[in-house]
Design a protein around this ligand. Structure first.
Ligand code: HEC
Length: 298
């Protein structure tokens, strides 16, 4: 018979984590979408904090103690899968458990390196006061490397789910949606934990509302001057804005042909691309779409 295995908070966590990763991935490297990118990063870190706690106090199959397998058990299980005779587990199987732990660790590294990059590169976020511009590049590289590792793990995880579902003739993705799997009644968890699920959802919605309405987001438009200033090494004060590390970092993707084009002519012709430059606004959102797209393409 069908029994409840995955409690509601665990399922919510799972799909919200997938959503936050997808959202962050798709909004990366797009100036207009930095707010969404950063928000999905905060969401990811918030979800991780929840999952860590839920791993100790949550429902039976969500607890870390229910999926504590050794490396050897993980590999043995993989061998069984390859041989076509994997043992069936109601909760996480040994290989899946390792995927969970690796994914949680990677998500933490992705989120925290993102916070450091945001602080170093843009002077924003909770770490802004502690991370100098000069270290932004290193954090950015760590951020990108951990993202790629996480993407690889996500793909492995999807492959594992597909393989398992096929071997055991049961749809595991659907089980993560509905929470139920085929099993003996005494193996079921007793409650869906509706209250905890609603609290998690409320926290996510409140966090999102707070973030998108906060002054931090609005202030981003106007402080190009501060961002440029903090990128300057005081020992080598540049004469031109276009020689500052921040300016060069932001314009590194623009091809020489764009600078030489009739419409632009020179790097200092800020207003050719930033139509609101005279009002002090350089945000990509204050740039004609064609220009942003064209400049990014070259
Ligand atoms: C050829 C077009 C072009 C010219 C000319 C240009 N920029 Fe930009 N600028 C861009 C593009 C494209 C971006 C990146 C947008 C993004 O993806 O964030 C950008 C980003 C910026 C940013 C970062 C905005 C943010 O909030 O992320 C600042 C500040 C900026 N430019 C200042 C200047 C200044 C000052 C000048 C003149 C000295 C100038 N730009 C000249 C195209 C241009």
């Amino acid at each position: 018979m069908k029994i409840l295995v995955w409690d509601l908070p665990t399922r919510l966590f799972h799909w919200l984590l997938a959503l936050s990763f997808a959202l962050a991935y798709l909004s990366a490297e797009k100036g207009n979408w930095l707010e969404v990118h950063v928000f999905s990063g905060y969401l990811m870190l918030g979800l991780l904090a929840f999952r860590l706690a839920w791993g100790f106090v949550g429902a039976r199959y969500a607890r870390f103690s229910s999926f504590r397998f050794s490396c050897k058990e993980g590999f043995d299980y993989l061998q069984q899968v390859i041989a076509g005779t994997p043992r069936r587990y109601l909760g996480h199987n040994p290989a899946g458990s390792w995927a969970v732990y690796l994914l949680l660790t990677l998500a933490f590294l992705v989120g925290s390196s993102g916070l450091f990059t945001l602080a170093g590169q843009e002077g924003l976020g909770p770490l802004a006061a502690w991370v100098p511009y000069a270290s932004a590049k290193t954090f950015r590289e760590i951020h990108e490397a951990t993202v790629n590792a996480m993407l690889a793990m996500v793909i492995l995880h999807l492959a594992g789910v597909a393989l398992e579902s096929w071997r055991h003739r049961e749809n595991l993705a659907q089980a993560m949606l509905t929470g139920s799997k085929e099993g003996k009644p005494e193996a079921a968890i007793s409650s869906r934990h509706l209250f905890s699920a609603l609290s998690l959802l409320a926290a996510v919605i409140a966090g999102g509302a707070w973030y998108f309405s906060s002054a931090a987001v609005a202030a981003r438009e106007g402080n190009a001057g501060d961002k440029i200033m903090r990128s300057i090494d005081p020992r080598e004060t540049p004469l031109r804005i276009t020689e500052t590390p921040y300016w060069q970092g932001k314009h590194r993707h623009i091809a020489a042909s764009v600078w030489r084009s009739h419409a632009v002519g020179a790097r200092a012709n800020c207003i050719a691309c930033h139509h609101n430059a005279e009002q002090g606004s350089f945000a990509a959102s204050a740039m004609p779409r064609e220009v942003a797209a064209k400049a990014a393409l070259h």
